[in-house]
Design a binder for this molecule. Structure first.
Ligand SMILES: Cc1ncc(COP(=O)(O)O)c(C=O)c1O
Length: 525
């Protein structure tokens, strides 16, 4: 496929701008391996399986629900696609288009702000001679980080999912942005990029980071280093691929079962909105109805790869008017379904489990008869995380009043952040707020915090800060996010830790103070 007839430019121009050998390899090794249209039909579809019996059994045995007979539930296992998730579809479409258009050639780097699966979906690019750098936030599950690394995707860790206390916003954001930019520069240098080029865009990078705009940063890095940014949150192909392939693919499979998306509701979760948008458009055009129900975890719940409703609002592809319904359900409750289905041998990840759990709730409330539920990815990279949630049953974060009133019950108070350390005034404020002695507030080394968050091994110094008995430690950070993530990682290692909600900037005693009075960057670059 050296010549693209859809391309209106003269052949010489097309041939000159495009990496034809790359395109040929891409077509034979990648594009044909994933669902695609050939002669009006979808080749290589992912499996769609009727799971009604297992579903009804799960409702009965795990939740005591006796659901009405006559419902049918099909699971669409995108967990079985080469590359392991629904994100492979847009990734292949976007990269294919970029190669065809001459925007991506061997030797270039692809930059993407990813929630994990999109980065994994780009992992195969390495074997075609293209590097992938994923900008990831602390909220990625360690299992996902491990898999990204195994796939050769190079990571730049950001810590921008942080929300300073009201009244401190501007300054705290600026301080954060400088800290994160310093860390990004260092990480880029470690990955072999020339840090001086980054310095030329550093002001712009800090502005983007102050707005917590990881997507903008990925674009900036692509510009700075002559790479390509997939822009999954803005790229129309992310939606289109579901309209042109996933929708017809499901109908093709449903027709064998004597039904279609004209009758069955499609249920999916929301990351970028590509799946929800693409399927909505397909069902609307083909069947003249709204057919997509979008599922979100409860506000504040952290489910890998997907968003809560409040974090979806404002995204380009979030379009509630196009959906048949929006449903917020409890992820903690869904973990029982996750375990049940995986015990039965179905490969269902967190997001698919949440969608199936929402389907159960709908049926319980008498809504709908036939459903197709998107199982967006598999379980392997999440199993330990979900088991930890299910086993724990106890809190991993705590409010200031609760922590202060039971401060003697903790094995210690430890400041944990991978960029900032408290100044003497910060230590004083933490100790005074928690009503403990300043000497009891320990500070973990930033490198140890980074190592633990990345699933690596911290130093012996860090081990000394951990409890020797089954008591918890109280971990405190800037705004309560890094400490929460760390508490979760420690929990998986069998160490009880509780994160102070709101962090140092959330303490009443911090009000009116500038962040730099309380903390400083640990090792400026
Ligand atoms: C596990 C998982 N489920 C669902 C989604 C949602 O997909 P979309 O981006 O199409 O909304 C994503 C990714 O974004 C994901 O990683």
């Amino acid at each position: 496929m050296l010549y693209n007839p859809a391309d209106q430019r003269p052949f010489e121009l097309q041939a000159a701008s495009k990496d034809s050998e790359l395109l040929e390899r891409f077509d034979s090794e990648i594009r044909t391996q994933v669902p695609h249209i050939i002669g009006g039909a979808v080749a290589n579809p992912t499996p769609m399986v009727e799971v009604t019996d297992a579903f009804l059994e799960c409702a009965r045995s795990e939740y005591g629900l006796h659901l009405r007979k006559g419902v049918r539930v099909f699971a669409k296992f995108d967990s079985k696609i080469v590359g392991g998730s629904v994100k492979v579809r847009p990734a292949v479409s976007i990269i294919g288009d970029a190669i065809t258009e001459g925007k991506l050639r061997r030797g270039q780097t692809v930059f993407e702000a990813t929630s994990g699966n999109f980065g994994l979906a780009l992992g195969w690019l390495g074997k075609l001679g293209i590097d992938v750098v994923a900008l990831v936030s602390r909220r990625l599950q360690p299992g996902v980080v491990d898999q990204l690394r195994r796939d050769g995707v190079r990571l730049v860790n950001l810590d921008i999912d942080i929300c300073p206390a009201p009244g401190m916003k501007g300054d705290a954001d600026e301080l954060m942005a400088k800290g994160v930019a310093a860390s990004v520069r260092q990480q880029l240098e470690e990955l072999g990029f020339d840090p001086k080029l980054f310095d030329g865009s550093r002001g712009e990078a800090e502005k983007l980071l102050a707005r917590q705009d990881a997507i903008g940063l990925a674009k900036l890095l692509a510009d700075t280093y002559g790479g390509f940014c997939t822009e999954q949150y803005d790229n129309e192909l992310n939606v289109q691929v579901h309209t042109s392939v996933t929708g017809p693919e499901i109908d093709q499979q449903l027709s064998v079962e004597g039904t279609s998306l004209g009758r069955a509701d499609f249920i999916c979760t929301f990351g970028t909105g590509g799946t929800a948008g693409g399927l909505s458009r397909y069902v609307e055009t083909r069947h003249k109805r709204k057919g997509v129900r979008v599922v979100f975890p409860f506000s504040g719940q952290d489910v890998a790869g997907i968003r809560t409703k409040e974090k979806s609002a404002g995204l380009r592809f979030y379009d509630p008017d196009a959906y048949l319904g929006e449903h917020e359900v409890d992820f903690e409750e869904a973990t029982r379904l996750f375990e049940f289905f995986n015990r039965k041998g179905y490969d269902v990840g967190e997001s698919g489990a949440l969608a199936l759990y929402a389907c159960m709730q709908l049926i319980n409330y008498g809504v709908g008869k036939e459903f197709v539920v998107m199982v967006a990815d598999g379980a392997s990279k999440y199993a330990s995380e979900v088991r930890a949630v299910a086993r724990r049953g106890k809190r991993d974060q705590v409010r200031l009043d609760e922590a202060a009133s039971a401060i003697e019950d903790y094995a210690g108070v430890v400041w944990v952040h991978n960029m900032f350390v408290p100044r003497a005034e910060g230590i004083r404020v933490i100790a005074s707020s928690l009503r403990c002695d300043e000497s009891e507030v320990k500070v973990a080394d930033v490198r140890d915090v980074q190592a633990v968050l990345n699933g690596g091994d911290p130093s012996e110094e860090f081990e000394k800060l951990l409890p020797r008995d089954d008591r918890s430690i109280l971990v405190v950070c800037m705004a309560g996010n890094t400490s929460l993530m760390l508490a979760k990682v420690l929990e998986r290692r069998g160490i009880a830790a509780e994160s102070l909600i709101g962090g140092i900037v959330g303490l009443p005693e911090s009000r009116g103070k500038q962040p730099f009075e309380l903390v400083q960057i640990a090792s400026p670059v």
